[in-house]
Design a protein. Structure first.
Length: 694
């Protein structure tokens, strides 16, 4: 028998393979089952985490030290957001975030292990910022023990704070009203037993010390003031009782030895208290002895009238102060050295703005920040001296001007004579500063104008007096003994100086009208090609015979919109001065229209202008190195003023002994341009017309 029978071997192999496949399938299903179980556990844990976060109003975040980034878990716990420090700081109030950063740095540097503090959110809901109780601790360290990750837990305690504040306010009001009230306050439980009473009620009913009264457990029915109150059917009400203790049976009300006698006018109010289920817990009774009030009713009415009058006067006074503060722009300022806080208000009853020292310093412009820091430092040291500072701020008013503020602060002393705070006023000085600046500028301008005026009047008086004296002198020669042959000479000198005097006066009057902006410039369409040639000829009409004159006119027609009259005066004056100082050589005038401007140039080969006089040629009554006037002394100032008021420019270049060149540029609009062109084949002139519609 063969032990290794092949058929049996196949069966064994197949059995092993089947067992292996079964084992693989089993372990696969086991792995899938465990994976589903883990996913279910993760989902359950995430659900629990979401439930904890939502029910506990918690926020969880971590801080990665190396990346300096914050990773924040969502409120539902199903995703995370990553923030840089600047983005993360937007969630919190600026001052609270500074505490936040300090705590993180302290933990990272090992100065403490954990940190807890209260922080406010940067946004407000219904006028109130959210409040968080934040706890920070180490979540992960590296092998060297250095902090790698911090974890922070924020607990939203806004509602708790609100409730606590509300409860505290209620308790405070209750204890204040109950124990400190001038009225009698009593509390009876549902069985009508006295459970609480204030000292005022003890004094009113002459019951002795408060604690002893409570130990006696007086009942509501024993109080003659409230016999009509049924504790079981108590409703809120108010009434006034009149009791005559002389007619009451003291034994019925346990009033033996109380000392109560005579009539008592008593005003009371009762208010039942119920629990959440609507069951009666007790009743509060408040009252007061109004006997004196009744007996002195008329005196009290008079006192109330006087009190109302005084109150109205005080209110009117406060309103007047507030109105004066608002109208004048004055603000009340308080500085508290203990809290390093500056408070600003425009009324006497409400603080509108609180600023830290850093904000105060940043409010000033850079050049005044040292002044602000110095003033704050003096107040921090509680110096018993007034402090006054004028500060230029970074704030701008509606006119775009930087606002100037004047602070006047005086120390306020406590009962022991120590500086407690600083009180003062802040006044807007912008208008005053701007006025002073403008006044300084205008003063300088006025001084300069006055100097120019004095100089002009002095020169004008001298220049007018010279020809006038000549006229008077020659006129007087006619009255004395003279040769009749000299009379034509006298007449000629009188005419010449009279004409010179007339021209000078006309120039002075015209220049005065220019200075006062009384010259009206009227633009109209004119052919400047004809106008230019005519004005040039009129200007140099009296030129020397050995001086050649020429006009370079590149246009057949040039229709431009200009003030022809005043521009003609400019051209004539320039040409007249050129012919006046050119004894030999040539005078050439030319012009060109280029890109919306009329450019005029007049050149001569005359005597020129010395370098010392050249910078001052446009001033009035300027004399050259030979003490000679340039024309009448007003020609070039008139030309310059006319050109400038027409929106143009004027330039003059000159060299002594070689001549002068004047350039005038006037902005204008050209309507038609016809240039002169030469035909190369026939050497004959033809017209090339170009129409411009600008």
């Amino acid at each position: 028998m063969n032990v290794f029978d092949f058929d049996h071997l196949q069966v064994y192999v197949m059995a092993v393979l089947l067992i292996s496949v079964f084992v693989l399938i089993f372990y696969n299903r086991l792995f899938v089952y465990r994976e589903h179980q883990m996913e279910s556990q993760d989902s359950s844990q995430n659900a629990r985490l979401r439930l904890v976060l939502l029910s506990g109003k918690l926020h969880i975040w971590s801080y990665v030290v190396s990346a300096r980034h914050y990773i924040r878990l969502s409120e539902t716990g199903d995703y995370t957001d990553e923030y840089n420090p600047l983005e993360f700081s937007q969630f919190f109030d600026r001052d609270d975030y500074e505490l936040f950063r300090t705590a993180i740095f302290d933990i990272c540097e090992g100065r403490r292990e954990t940190a807890s503090f209260i922080a406010h959110s940067s946004t407000k809901v219904n006028g109130m910022a959210s409040i968080y109780d934040i706890s920070i601790s180490v979540a992960e360290r590296n092998a060297k023990g250095e902090v790698e990750r911090l974890i922070g837990i924020e607990h939203d305690i806004t509602e708790d704070v609100k409730k606590e504040q509300h409860v505290n306010q209620l308790l405070l009001r209750f204890h204040t009203v109950f124990n400190s009230s001038l009225s009698d306050m009593l509390y009876y439980d549902k069985d009508g037993v006295l459970r609480d009473i204030n000292d005022t009620a003890c004094q009113t009913f002459k019951l002795g010390p408060r604690q002893e009264v409570l130990e006696k457990k007086f009942e509501l029915k024993d109080n003659p003031m409230f016999p009509q109150i049924d504790i079981r059917q108590a409703n809120s009400f108010r009434t006034t009782s009149i009791l005559d203790f002389g007619q009451l049976n003291a034994q019925d009300y346990h009033l033996e030895g109380s000392g109560l006698n005579g009539k008592l006018y008593y005003e009371l109010s009762a208010n039942p208290v119920y629990d959440a289920a609507g069951e009666l817990e007790g009743v509060y009774i408040s009252g007061r002895d109004v006997t004196d009030m009744v007996e002195s009713f008329h005196h009290q009415q008079e006192g109330m009238a006087q009190l109302k009058k005084a109150t109205k006067s005080i209110q009117d006074y406060v309103r007047s102060i507030n109105y004066a503060l608002r109208v004048s722009g004055v603000r009340l300022v308080n500085y508290y050295a203990k809290s390093y806080t500056l408070e600003v208000s425009d009324n006497v009853s409400e603080t509108q703005l609180r600023m830290s020292q850093l904000r105060c310093i940043r409010l000033a412009t850079p050049r005044f920040r040292r002044n602000v820091s110095s003033a704050l430092n003096r107040m921090d040291h509680l110096i018993n001296k007034p402090i006054q500072e004028a500060i230029e701020t970074e704030i701008r008013d509606q006119k775009g001007r930087q606002i100037w503020l004047l602070f006047n602060m005086i120390p306020m002393l406590d009962s022991e004579g120590r500086v407690e705070r600083y009180f003062g006023m802040c006044r807007n000085q912008t208008e005053m500063v701007e006025t002073e600046r403008r006044l300084a500028v205008e003063t300088r301008k006025a001084q300069e104008t006055e100097l120019l005026k004095q100089s002009f009047l002095t020169n004008m008086s001298y220049e007018i007096r010279t020809p006038l004296n000549t006229v008077v002198g020659f006129a007087e020669l006619f009255e004395g003994e003279h040769d009749e042959a000299d009379e034509p000479v006298f007449v000629e000198e009188i005419k010449r100086n009279s004409n010179q005097l007339l021209q000078l006066i006309n120039d002075i009057l015209f220049l005065s009208r220019l200075d006062a902006k009384m010259i009206e410039f009227k633009k109209q369409d004119v052919d400047f090609a004809i106008l230019f040639d005519a004005h040039c000829q009129m200007g140099w009409s009296l030129h020397e015979s050995n001086v050649s004159v020429s006009v370079e006119n590149p246009y057949e027609r040039l229709i431009v919109n200009i003030d022809a009259e005043n521009l003609g005066k400019v051209i004539e004056n320039i040409c007249k001065l050129a012919s006046l100082y050119t004894k030999e050589g040539s005078i050439r005038a030319k012009y060109e229209y280029w890109r919306g401007e009329l450019q005029i140039n007049v050149e001569d080969t005359g005597v020129g202008i010395d370098p010392e006089t050249l910078p001052k040629v446009f001033e009035r009554f300027v004399r050259n190195c030979n003490e000679e006037l340039c024309g009448t002394g007003l020609d070039l100032p008139i030309v310059q003023s006319l050109v400038q008021q027409m929106g143009g420019t004027i330039e003059l270049q000159s060299e002594l002994g070689k001549g002068s060149s004047v350039w005038v540029t006037i902005p204008c609009e050209a309507k038609t341009i016809e240039k002169k062109v030469m035909n190369a084949s026939s050497s004959s002139s033809s017209l090339f017309t170009e129409q411009l519609f600008l």
